[in-house]
Design a protein around this ligand. Structure first.
Ligand code: TRP
Length: 350
């Protein structure tokens, strides 16, 4: 069995600006847990990935990177333990992407479910999709393989990309490493346990659905948002019995307030469900209690964010140091890759 410290993760996020609780619970919280358990963490701002679906909208890109990195630091990513870097500052991602792109067929990329969904959601036309967009999962494979990680913590929707990454690792090793040590380990997808968080309206939490609570939300806003949260629509009066859990008979997705209690107030959640079902707890009182608990739970995150936001030079240092560290590993990998492939240039100094 490998020891804990030999476990290495690479994970990334597209820089969409400030993060919400769904991003926290689905990913960040897990990254911080692994970091604190002594794993070797690499965390990448996937800014080139933003271009695959929005190449013409780059005006907010730098601000969005900044806002997301502040939320990473606020959530507890510690630059002394985790490498935090920006993809576009490590050009090796582009080089490995190009080299790997030779090892995969166009048909294979067209079968990736995430791409098919994006085409449907964004109302794109399969015939006019860009070369870069079609190949973004190869870019993701390059992002991952450059750091030769053992695990890739991701959400369910990203599993097909990790599968492609494994195929490319195998293919590369098979084609170029017959007579030498394999360059790439096959990384495993690592799914997050509490992967999904409901939004305030009972649908999946998403910034674009406008049903999110942001990670660094102010206390007054938390209270206001929680008061608007979806509960059991059949519980009209405070002494009507309520349904904390989902009920398929009328499509009730479960009470959002109870779901948040389970996440942020796990010690009281069971008792709250009992009181609610018995008609002894009204939604208004229940929401007030939740708002208080969430405000307290999120206070350290909000405070950490403030501290980093007030020291932009320190944040720039984090990214500069992280990028330098990432580049070092990426360079080592590319040396191995070029040697194995026999594309090490004769004009390169030896
Ligand atoms: N494609 C991922 C997403 O949309 C972001 C991403 C890019 C990523 N590169 C990665 C995630 C490498 C994990 C590993 O969420």
């Amino acid at each position: 069995m490998t020891s804990v410290s030999t476990q290495r993760i690479l994970s990334g996020m597209r820089p969409t600006g400030r993060l919400h609780l769904g991003n926290y619970v689905g990913a960040l919280e897990n990254w911080v847990r692994l970091q604190d358990a002594g794993w070797t963490n690499f965390h990448m701002v996937a800014d080139w990935h933003m271009l695959t679906t929005g190449y013409e909208h780059t005006a907010d890109l730098q601000q969005n990177i900044w806002d997301m990195v502040l939320d990473w630091l606020a959530a507890g990513l510690d630059p002394a333990k985790s490498v935090i870097f920006v993809q576009s500052a490590v050009k090796e991602h582009a080089e490995l992407h190009l080299l790997l792109s030779m090892l995969v067929s166009k048909a294979r990329l067209e079968r990736i479910p995430t791409l098919k969904e994006q085409i449907k959601d964004l109302c794109l036309d399969e015939q006019t999709i860009s070369y870069g967009h079609l190949g973004y999962s190869v870019l993701q494979a390059a992002d991952i393989l450059l750091y030769r990680p053992t695990h890739v913590p991701v959400g369910e929707d990203q599993v097909p990309h990790v599968e492609l990454t494994r195929e490319l690792a195998r293919r590369f090793n098979h084609v170029y490493c017959q007579e030498r040590a394999a360059v790439f380990p096959e990384p495993e997808a690592q799914l997050t346990a509490f992967a999904r968080m409901l939004g305030l309206d009972g649908r999946r939490m998403s910034k674009s659905l406008k049903n999110a609570i942001m990670l660094a939300e102010e206390p007054a806003a938390i209270e206001k948002l929680v008061m608007s949260a979806y509960t059991d629509p059949k519980k009209l009066r405070k002494d009507d019995p309520g349904r904390p859990q989902a009920d398929e008979s009328d499509g009730h997705p479960g009470c959002v307030v109870w779901e948040y209690h389970r996440k942020f107030n796990s010690g009281e959640a069971d008792a709250i469900a009992v009181e609610c079902r018995a008609g002894r707890l009204g939604c208004v009182a229940d929401k007030r209690r939740l708002a208080a608990v969430m405000t307290e739970a999120l206070a350290p995150i909000r405070e950490r964010r403030e501290r980093w936001a007030n020291d932009p030079d320190a944040v720039r240092d984090v990214l500069r140091d992280g990028t330098a560290k990432a580049r070092e590993v990426a360079r080592e990998t590319m040396d191995l890759v070029r040697s194995a492939m026999g594309v090490k240039s004769v004009v390169e100094p030896s």
